[in-house]
Design a protein around this ligand. Sequence first.
Ligand SMILES: Nc1ncnc2c1ncn2[C@@H]1O[C@H](COP(=O)(O)OP(=O)(O)OP(=O)(O)O)[C@@H](O)[C@H]1O
Ligand SMILES: [Mg+2]
Length: 396
Amino acid sequence: MDHFAIVLGLCRSALQTENPAISGHVERLLKALEKEGCSDQSAALRKVLKTGAAATEIAPSRVILSRASLVGETLTPSVPAPVDKETGAPLASIFHPDHIKTPHPIFNNELSAGVSALLEEWQHVDELRKAGVRPALTTMLFGAPGTGKTMLAHHIAAELGLPLIVARLDGLISSFLGTTARNISNLFSFANRYKCVLLLDEFDAVAKLRDDPHELGEIKRVVNTLLQCIDGRSNIGFTIAITNHEFLLDPAVWRRFDIRIEVPKPDIHTRSKIIRRHLGEFVQEDANINFLSWITDEGSGSDIEKLSDFIKRQKAIRKSDFDFLNTVKSHIQLSASEDESKNRLLVTGDYERLALALANDRDAPFNQEQLATLFGCTQSTISRWLKKDKLIQGEK
Ligand SMILES: Nc1ncnc2c1ncn2[C@@H]1O[C@H](COP(=O)(O)OP(=O)(O)OP(=O)(O)O)[C@@H](O)[C@H]1O
Ligand SMILES: [Mg+2]
């Protein structure tokens, strides 16, 4: 067959969207090629057909969703991101669902339930529309730094099987104020054209604009353009905005988001799960995991990741000389933090006081067996430390 490479390319692109009519035509072509004895060409086409079918089998809900629920073209990896017309700088990064490698974030039960409810709603947009109910397509994620907000946005896009278009508003806005309004409109036009999730990360950049020394009229125009673009998109496609500084946003901005999700710092059970995921087989003793959950009491998922990475590096370097408690102590010394938690401070003090604090913890007291594992000593030593304290308390 002439121009078979082009025909094959066409089939490959067409099969990216599940459509029985298209696969039917490709199958007909395959049969015709087999009949004509074009074995190489029919083998190549069969492979393309199989890959298309496999992609559909792996994530059936994805395909059904992107076909039924959203209008717009399919954003394939060959479509480039929109750029600033003057400088050529990209206005966004695009992450395709099959390339999103981020694992799902680990949250406490209430937040996990909230996220599931959001996903359920977004997966049933089509049904909502059929029932005459306006779906809620805009979400604001807010909360402390490093708690997994960006990770959650990637996870949502991956679950929906849609590409994620990530606009960094801080970059988009601050560099070229004069052309910012045009860039924002172009970015939204691009997102509105395709089936996708639009992520406006660092959304507080909008609020910070008010303190900008540039001409006020211009800034107002930029903010208005952005708000109008969000309004215009609210019935078209999924939009997620993220901020760490929710208190900087005024009510006019909040109002635009149908769903608002606070992502808090993890509680002790959630910290323990995040630690287990990050450390894997590097640290498995329950006593040590519990201890790490305890000392990260004011910490975010990102703080836990840094601590876990440090432990892994130290264990890999020191091998049999690795000392768990000393490693944790070193990390605390190397990761100064503005809001020192009381538990972190105790680790840098003497071990007897630390053991006592752990044994007397109100929420999750450590037993003597756990303390012995943690401090690498016998239970009778621990018992002696604890008794010594009781005696001191008695004398007082
Ligand atoms: N809830 C979580 N579950 C698992 N890992 C987490 C969680 N939160 C944070 N992490 C880890 O911390 C890293 C940073 O998370 P992420 O960038 O999503 O935080 P963020 O809330 O967007 O932070 P920022 O507000 O600073 O942008 C993640 O790549 C992940 O490894
Ligand atoms: Mg982030």
